[in-house]
Ligand binder design. Structure first.
Ligand code: ZN
Length: 122
């Protein structure tokens, strides 16, 4: 088990293990955010502190909730908007959440193997 936090420390989360690779996505929002993401099954990602301080941004088809610390604006990651799992990943309910690997403790996301993609992962 490891975890991470936003810049100001208001939001903390846990993941089962550090990522072994990161994804640099070149879709319109990930380009703007500059995030490096990694993915976990939804039940293996938990917000452990500051959930009430999260702000949510949706765009386009509104399938994904991009979640930010409302104090320091760090992008924590994204989840499929609750109730839209089947529409987003047919037959694979709740397939994954995206986590901003740059926020995970004890790693340097820049040094991990990087997968470059042009849109949301399968
Ligand atoms: Zn913060």
């Amino acid at each position: 088990m490891t975890g991470g936090s936003c810049h100001c420390g208001t939001v903390r989360f846990t993941v089962p293990a550090p990522p072994v690779e990161v994804t640099e996505c070149h879709c319109s929002i990930c380009t703007k955010l500059g995030s490096l993401c990694c993915y976990y099954p939804p039940d293996q990602f938990a917000i452990t502190q500051g959930e009430a301080e999260l702000s949510i941004y949706q765009w386009g088809d509104r399938l994904l909730d991009f979640r930010f610390c409302s104090r320091c604006s760090a992008m924590i990651g994204w989840r499929i908007h609750p109730g839209l799992e089947e529409e987003c990943y047919p037959g694979r309910v709740g397939a994954k959440v995206g986590v901003n690997a740059r926020l995970i403790d004890g790693i340097d996301a820049r040094t991990l193997p990087r997968r470059v993609i042009d849109g949301p992962p399968d």
